[in-house]
Design a protein around this ligand. Structure first.
Ligand SMILES: NC(=O)c1ccc[n+]([C@@H]2O[C@H](COP(=O)([O-])OP(=O)(O)OC[C@H]3O[C@@H](n4cnc5c(N)ncnc54)[C@H](O)[C@@H]3O)[C@@H](O)[C@H]2O)c1
Length: 400
């Protein structure tokens, strides 16, 4: 992962090479010794969150790139991720933190100025919250994304930009022909959903993420910005502060471990595919290093049929992995819920060779291990009420 493998030098918009953006590759591998590679200045909106902190960790550990995290710390628990990353970065000046909001266009523009690549994860992430406050959801997810895109468009660096969209942009897919078995729904041929599935934006969250998804795609078409959209199904792994509204696998696993009951909406036979977060992070790297192929593309990404599970099945697996019984009650299904969503990631595999490596059981085991090392965060922080904003402000910026 160090330097050379991502190696193609990146021409500026004028066609020349920006000397100030290059540095020596300090890789120990002989072939890449002394090779000039673009200086990577990585900006992660939502970088304190689950996906963002895993990506930041990987970049800090395996490359010489600088990482700038821009996050308003609104997600409960994520300040722990930030503290952990600060520990990883140590005294190096490689990690910069801005506690800021993507709705603040001027602050976003300032952050984007020096970035050579941008990952935009900052979002209002819950369907439930979007229904309670659609305007807030719109402001963060659509306006916030437009702020990021506009800043990138105005930047001389022509940064690579990756946006994480969602399977929710395909709606409930109620017309799929499904078969109901005792513990799961299945679809004819167990085929997954590919990018040809028509958009059907359902719920304010579906609409705002879908609008942002289309804006990001279009900035590649209209402004020649190297953007990629990932439409993701369930991502799981360490550092996810899941709750009933988002991050349901973490929510189920940690609730089982903390002897807290959960609510299942629907009959529990709904099927999802699960992707381990490190497989996702590897996919980010893969599409970035092949941007001549991936720019302007939208990819469905998830664990695929081999990593699919129904809610009832994963509860059984949680029992096996942890030895703890998850207690639950059942409520009516939520409007627009997909009974069956499994990703067909063939387009991404074809374009980049990527495919998942970690299965659902291993994912749960890794999350369980993380829980064992971070028990003090449970239940007081993760399963408790949101932390007060005033306390979050006390976190200092690491560098400016
Ligand atoms: N985790 C999944 O299973 C999944 C699935 C599909 C799509 N996604 C998308 O991937 C992205 C990352 O998801 P995640 O699971 O890491 O979520 P997360 O909630 O852990 O991370 C999002 C981060 O963004 C920050 N944030 C929220 N609003 C902000 C704002 N206005 N300004 C600045 N920062 C803000 C939060 O504090 C949090 O740290 C999101 O855009 C989400 O919609 C996630």
């Amino acid at each position: 992962m160090r330097g050379g493998s991502h190696g193609a030098t990146q021409p500026s918009r004028a066609g020349g090479l920006e000397a100030s953006t290059f540095q020596l590759d300090r890789s120990h591998s002989r072939e890449s010794m002394n090779k000039l590679v673009p200086f990577r200045s990585v900006l992660i909106f939502g970088g304190a969150g689950f996906v963002g902190s895993n990506l930041a960790y990987r970049i800090l550990k395996t490359t010489d790139a600088k990482v700038h995290i821009f996050d308003n710390l609104s997600r409960r628990g994520v300040h722990h991720n930030l503290k952990w990353l600060q520990g990883v970065a140590g005294n190096s000046d490689r990690l910069k933190v801005t506690i800021g909001d993507v709705r603040d266009a001027a602050l976003v523009q300032r952050a984007v100025q020096v970035a050579t690549e941008i990952y935009h994860f900052a979002a209002q992430v819950a369907v439930t919250t979007s229904i309670a406050d659609p305007v807030f959801d719109f402001e963060v997810n659509v306006r916030g994304t437009l702020n990021v895109l506009e800043a990138a468009r105005k930047s001389d660096r022509r940064p690579f930009l990756l946006f994480t969209s969602t399977n929710k942009v395909y709606g409930s897919m109620a017309s799929q022909r499904l078969v109901a078995a005792a513990r799961r729904y299945s679809r004819a041929g167990d085929a997954g959903i590919n990018e040809l599935q028509p958009l059907d934006l359902h719920s304010p969250y579906g609409c705002s993420k879908g609008a942002a998804d289309q804006y990001v795609r279009d900035y590649a078409r209209t402004f020649d910005l190297p953007t990629v959209v990932f439409r993701m199904s369930c991502i799981a792994g360490p550092r996810q502060f899941g709750n009933e509204d988002q991050g349901w696998i973490a929510h189920f696993l940690y609730s089982a471990l903390e002897d807290k009951p959960v609510t299942i909406y629907g009959d529990g036979r709904q099927v999802r595919d699960v992707l381990y977060v490190e497989d996702l992070v590897r996919a980010f790297e893969t599409v970035r290093s092949r941007m001549e192929k991936t720019s302007g593309e939208v990819y469905n990404i998830g664990g695929g049929i081999e990593n699919s599970t129904s809610i009832l099945e994963i509860i059984e697996l949680i029992d096996k992995v942890t030895g703890k019984k998850l207690h639950y009650e059942m409520e009516r299904a939520r409007a627009g819920d997909q009974l069956f969503y499994v990703t067909d990631f063939e387009k991404l595999r074809r374009d980049t060779g990527w495919q998942p490596r970690v299965n659902v059981r291993q994912t749960l085991e890794n999350m369980y291990d993380w829980w064992k090392g971070n028990r003090e965060l449970f239940p007081s922080v993760v399963l408790a009420r949101p932390v007060v904003a005033a306390r979050l402000q006390e976190l200092p910026e690491v560098a400016s």
